[in-house]
Write a protein that binds this ligand. Sequence first.
Ligand SMILES: C[S@@+](CC[C@H](N)C(=O)[O-])C[C@H]1O[C@@H](n2cnc3c(N)ncnc32)[C@H](O)[C@@H]1O
Length: 272
Amino acid sequence: MSDLPPLREVIRRHGLSASKALGQNFLFDEKLLDRIATVPGNIAGAEVFEVGPGPGGLTRALLRAGAQVTAVERDRRCMPPLAELAEAWPGKLTVIEGDALEIDAPSLFTGKPHIVANLPYNVGTALLVRWLSAAWMPWWQSLSLMFQREVAERIVAAPGSDAYGRLAVLAQWRATAKIAMPVHRSAFTPPPKVMSAVVHIVPRPAPQGIRLDRLEALTAAAFGQRRKMLRQSLKPVPAAIAAMDAAGIDSSRRAETVTVAEYVALARILSD
Ligand SMILES: C[S@@+](CC[C@H](N)C(=O)[O-])C[C@H]1O[C@@H](n2cnc3c(N)ncnc32)[C@H](O)[C@@H]1O
């Protein structure tokens, strides 16, 4: 809204020095923030769950795009500027002070929200794994999440690359995952040491007959010893060697050559 003060002034007025302990690297560039708000697609009138709004830069962009935003933020110091934002957008923004790792997020929504977040690396990865491990179809419509570029690359990686591993299989077996936009480190205040990227994840119907725990047992064993042949690395997984024969997967291959569809085929045999 035009009568809101610029973000840098908000930070100054509320004494919001970025806290390293809370992983705070703020974004102020409105054009960039507006672009991030387009990653989920058209969010006009849609429910959006924002995690870690901080002083509210991305929140403003989501509101400008017409979203109905529910935001959870741990840092009490951010409550006054977020309350001002809620006042400027009556009925459009609900702010919850709390830890995103603790709250029961699905209960906050009537429908399926888009989730949008610029989080510290460790919190973002923990939440991503939780959201991807949810019962399928999940309670959310899409994920648009900022990560260190190296983590973003691990999420979208294709077989045959060093980045391909457990996270790629978890993200891709029943969702599509792509890097929507790279974000230069200089866009953040203070700038982190590494580059970032926004990843966009959209759920697909789950392949039938697969138990996630079986798939994860396979990828944990295979990528736990990624340089070894599968006949060696998959030994600890009961019936996995026979499953490779049944699926026509050569047991002299290594973990990173096996496609997501092949892991799914193996997991299906083990899920019977
Ligand atoms: C990288 S900053 C981004 C702030 C703002 N979204 C932006 O883009 O400028 C991450 C934010 O997440 C908050 N945060 C960190 N851990 C959190 C948690 N477990 N639950 C909720 N918020 C958290 C931090 O306090 C901080 O405001």
